[in-house]
Write a protein of this length. Structure first.
Length: 318
């Protein structure tokens, strides 16, 4: 979950720490950085922060203010997020992030991605992202996945590269559910977009298909900004390992253009487009308000329940 361990009364100090680490003496590397950070603090902590003017903290000061390892990890995730907004990443920011992570004794999977993109190792960044975020964790649980990856390459992370009749039958069963149920809505989502059924060659694999339940629960489109909203929504709700990296990776791909999505390629500056930052920040808020971890559930077990009832029970608000 994003900023789950930071309270509103610590917001000024957290913001000052981000400024101390990521705003060079000459000013922000991109004007989008302070703008998006202010939106996140407004949506998640309900405070107004002027990231242009607030003075920064040193890492020594921050280490005293934030002794909790969970708070320190959230701070480092914010620093990684801030870095993902620019391309190329200045050496000054790269070194500052490493210094802060070392000083705060944070060893997080997001730092692996940050190191890759900082040296413009695009192929390695893509590989590490798909290996370390939650979909990759699900992929790697399959007994034959390493063989699929070796045989079919990066497409194996997200697509059905060899037919899976059992998975396809499970997904087709959703067509039999009554209208208004979650499962019927997800099946209609697939039909309305002419998506190939998961398990059929070229369709989503089980891990990628998992995220489509969130599209339906949250009402997010399948265009680029809708995918970023969906990642923010899911990451905000979840404590599953690699959930926050989903959102950070989406920022890297669709704002910084720092590496390629296996599904959508490289499409930079999508999140800073007019109206988009507000949508993404609001999606984060909706995720943090959820009462259910949206990545830690077998959706087929609740597919026969009314969609609106699940949305209400899980606290999914407009």
């Amino acid at each position: 979950m994003f900023l789950a361990h930071t309270s509103a009364n610590q917001a000024d100090q957290l913001a000052a720490a981000v400024v101390g680490a990521m705003r060079p003496p000459s000013g922000w590397c991109s004007q989008f950085q302070p703008h998006f950070l202010s939106l996140i603090f407004r949506e998640l902590l309900e405070v107004e922060i002027d990231f242009q003017r607030i003075p920064g903290l040193s890492v020594a000061e921050a280490s005293v203010i934030f002794p909790d390892p969970l708070q320190r990890r959230e701070l480092i995730e914010l620093l990684v997020l801030t870095e993902m907004m620019v391309n190329p990443i200045p050496v000054e920011l790269e070194r500052s992030l490493e210094h802060w992570a070392d000083a705060l004794n944070v060893h997080d999977r997001s730092l692996v991605l940050a190191r890759d993109v900082a040296i413009q190792a695009r192929a390695q960044a893509q590989s590490d992202f798909y290996r370390l975020f939650w979909m990759g964790e699900e992929d790697l649980q399959k007994a034959n996945f390493e063989l699929l990856l070796e045989k079919h390459g990066t497409q194996a992370w997200t697509f059905t590269v060899e037919e899976d009749p059992e998975l396809a039958a499970q997904w087709r069963s959703l067509a039999q559910l009554p209208g208004g149920t979650l499962g019927a809505a997800v099946w209609q989502h697939y039909q309305s977009h002419s998506f190939t059924t998961p398990g059929e060659l070229g369709g989503a694999n089980a891990a990628l298909a998992h995220h489509d339940w969130l599209h339906v629960l949250g009402g997010y489109k399948v265009d680029v900004i809708g995918e970023v909203e969906n990642a923010a929504f899911g990451a905000g709700s979840s404590s599953v390992p690699g959930s926050t990296l989903w959102f950070l990776g989406a920022m890297a791909m669709f704002e910084g253009g720092l590496f390629d999505s296996v599904v959508a390629g490289c499409q930079p500056h999508q999140i800073s487009a007019e109206g988009s930052p507000e949508r993404v920040a609001h999606a984060l808020r909706r995720g943090t308000q959820c009462k259910q971890d949206l990545l830690a559930i077998d959706y087929f077990s609740v597919a026969d329940q009314p969609l609106v009832d699940l949305q209400e029970a899980w606290g999914i608000k407009d």
